[in-house]
Design a protein around this ligand. Structure first.
Ligand SMILES: [Zn+2]
Length: 237
């Protein structure tokens, strides 16, 4: 007579493989997230560089407009200067025009600095874009491999589930119920072999000789007095 724990023990082997595979499937999105997170540093740098470039461009545009306005003012003053009635009026325009032209000169000097900054900003953006492109190409392979792995594992898990169902059908329903309850609780093993010296294979405590003997008896299903796992002592060992 075969031991009633034999199919249960076989079921546990399948369940342990299934648990491992299910865990790996579950962890794949996180692994993908970790890989994608490596890009966030370069992405962040690119965003900062783009913001700074945009800001410089806007400031430059503002200053260019301001210079235009000032230049128009100079033209207007020069016209008014020609219509001056007195020397005092004329000199006042010379002074005004000088002040505005100084302002224009100062703004144009600032523009040169801004244009240099803009060139620098553009090359930083280009560098970041190139780096990001390379990184994205690198991770797309890794992400693709993980997607393939997930698909392969899901297929394998489906097959294993079908196989597991068949094994479960060959188990004694009462023992299967007990097994399921312990497995859900312990999450590692529900059926353990008795180790040499009569120790429980789950918690490694020394079992009473009666339990060790009963565990050999196909008519009895006994549990460890300490951890509650079903102890199995196949006679053929
Ligand atoms: Zn135990």
């Amino acid at each position: 007579m075969s031991h009633p724990l034999e199919p249960i023990y076989a079921l546990q082997k399948k369940d342990r493989k299934l648990i491992k595979i299910t865990r790996e499937i579950r962890d794949i999105p996180k692994r993908k997230g970790d890989i994608e997170a490596q890009l966030s540093g370069t992405k962040q740098k690119l965003e900062t560089a783009l913001d700074s470039k945009k800001h410089t461009e806007a400031t430059l545009k503002e200053q260019e407009l301001e210079v235009e306005v000032l230049k128009e003012r100079v033209v207007k003053y020069k016209q008014q200067q020609m219509d001056a009635q007195t020397n005092d009026q004329y000199r006042a325009f010379v002074k005004e025009i000088g002040t505005v032209e100084d302002e224009i000169k100062a703004l144009e000097e600032k523009e040169i600095v801004l244009m240099e900054a803009l060139d620098q900003g553009k090359s930083i953006v280009a560098e970041c874009e190139e780096k990001l492109g390379g990184e994205m190409a690198g991770i797309s392979d890794e992400l693709g491999e993980l997607d393939d792995r997930a698909a392969e594992l899901k297929e394998r898990a489906d097959k294993m589930m079908a196989d597991r169902r068949r094994t479960a059908e060959s188990c004694d329903p009462a023992i299967l119920q007990k097994y399921t309850r312990i497995m859900n609780n312990k999450r590692d093993f529900a059926v353990v072999m008795i180790e040499s010296g009569g120790h429980c294979g789950g918690c490694h405590m020394k079992l009473p000789p009666q339990v060790t003997n009963d565990a050999r008896n196909p008519a009895k299903v006994v549990g460890c007095n300490f951890c509650g796992r079903i102890v199995y002592n196949p006679p053929e060992r």
